[in-house]
Design a protein. Sequence first.
Length: 314
Amino acid sequence: MDIAFGPVPSRRLGRSLGINNIPPKHCSYSCVYCQVGATPLQEITPRCFMPPALIAEQVSQRLEAVRAHGEAVDYLTFVPDGEPTLDINLASTIEALRPLGVPIAIISNASLISLPTVRETLQLVDWVSLKVDCVDEALWRQINRPHPDLKLSEILEGIAIFARTFQGMLVSETMLLAEFNDGPEVLRPTARFLRNAGIHRAYLSIPHRPPAVRDVRVPDETAITRAHQIFVETGLETELLSAYEGDSFAFSGDLRRDILAVTAVHPMRASALRSLTEKSGGTMATVQAMVAAGELKAVEYAGETFYVRRQTAT
Ligand code: SF4
């Protein structure tokens, strides 16, 4: 197992050099959508997996190698095939990485955040992503299939406590699953919790790779657009994490490409698309052609037409 990998392009983090501080697959959850498969045995007690010095050495070597090839690295990101806060030495590893001078990020499932030691460790990094797929205990047990000793109420309280003092960038990630958590009755309380907790930006994602449970399905574009709008209406800065990760969102001179880049992140109102096409000297005919080609889908929501990128478009 490579401890350090990449950098990989990440829309959230730019060029992100990944750190595997936990061997696969030690996790407190066994999410139905996990791309690493089911968790053989859920764990909730942090313990030692690898010495911090070994991780820091391998990250340092990798960083040196990629920089020697002229590649930039924007973040060092803890993103193992498991839960990074299960590593009892995580704080020491972060301290050992600091001299490298690169901002540090962690992608966590948040399950251990009720532990003060885990909150203290997360305080040490610059960017934290916490998983919140829903705020309903029974549904959470169905989706995330947690260790039986975990309680969602304690996790949500831990997130709120952490958010009150964290000085870095705090984002959430909510995986949308058809018929699990893509309905308004589930999404509204989830969005309210995230807003009240003070999450800086909410990301909505969908399964991109084969999930642990075969009948898990990606919501259709109507449900994705509705979810995005519910989060936005709740007052959350919200982005979709679709399969499409490339391109900046500024006007590039290529209208079709710009539309695909923006709609991958935000469903666009027809009026916004019209103004983008006019700015580029084009017309809505381009949009209609993209709908006909199956690249975009028009979705009606709350009396308005939105355009969203189809998840199969490349
Ligand atoms: S938290 Fe992440 S690694 Fe753990 S089961 Fe869920 S998706 Fe897989």
